[in-house]
Design a protein around this ligand. Structure first.
Ligand SMILES: C[S@@+](CC[C@H](N)C(=O)[O-])C[C@H]1O[C@@H](n2cnc3c(N)ncnc32)[C@H](O)[C@@H]1O
Length: 232
């Protein structure tokens, strides 16, 4: 773990993008976003759709918050995964800061009363304290410019005992050539603005705990830190 305090690290010294620049970087055609996402999943995250279903699928209470939902592609897959397993129904609120992503999600779920969307910054959620039973953030914690504020606000809107699942991109691990390929994709993503920064596991874990969560489970798989947290 680095020896900075959490407060020091909350100050952006990376020259990273603002939330407006990040939202602009996500202004792409939904089909291109999905195709690009598949390659990033495989070669930068070294992960799979199956791993994501297992990470996010079980974590739905009756009132669920999907943070940084994007175009809703993954959310739709996870909800189908749950339906196939006859898991209990859930009411989902999705938020995203990129209007174009959100528009794709609204189109995808048009006509469904159990899923709704709102434009919101993950660090300033427009919801009451202790409101949601569960929250997920898929493939996105490392895209946020103010991760500490986002973690704190997600913790705020969860009910005590509410659970929160995330997968966080780590700095590339392993050997040549996969590590080099992942590094190139990460560098490109940061230049473009669709990735804010990958993390070291101990760094992101310390931020999670500082935001008020307790850890339920954690594992590193490929270049991802998969973590389930709970609001005490
Ligand atoms: C890699 S995409 C993941 C989308 C979706 N969760 C998925 O797995 O397909 C990252 C998402 O984070 C959103 N995002 C970036 N900064 C945000 C912020 N400050 N607040 C809310 N969403 C944000 C982007 O607009 C984008 O839709």
């Amino acid at each position: 773990m680095s020896d900075h305090s959490i407060d020091d690290r909350a100050i952006d010294t990376t020259g990273g993008k603002t939330k407006e620049e990040i939202a602009e970087a996500y202004r792409s055609e939904p089909w291109w976003y999905d195709v690009r996402g598949f390659f990033i999943l495989l070669f930068a995250y070294n992960s799979s759709l199956g791993a994501m279903m297992r990470q996010f699928g079980p974590n739905y209470g009756s009132n669920h918050l999907e943070v940084a939902c994007g175009t809703g592609t993954l959310l739709e897959m996870v909800l189908k995964w749950r339906k196939r397993r006859r898991l209990p129904p859930t009411r989902v609120t999705g938020v995203d800061y990129a209007e174009s992503m959100l528009a794709g999600a609204v189109r995808r779920f048009a006509g469904r009363s159990d899923v709704s969307f709102q434009h919101a910054d993950a660090a300033a959620l427009p919801f009451a304290t202790n409101w949601f039973d569960s929250a997920n953030i898929a493939n996105s914690l490392h895209c946020l410019p103010n991760v500490d504020a986002a973690l704190k606000d997600i913790c705020r809107v969860l009910k005590p005992g509410g659970t929160f699942a995330a997968n966080v991109l780590l700095h590339p691990r392993g050997g040549w050539p996969l590590k080099n390929v992942a590094q190139r994709i990460d560098d490109w993503g940061m230049r473009k603005g669709i990735l804010y920064t990958p993390y070291e596991k101990d760094d992101i874990r310390a931020r999670i705990v500082a935001a008020g969560f307790e850890l339920v489970s954690e594992e590193v798989s490929g270049n991802c830190y998969n973590v389930i947290m709970r609001k005490p």
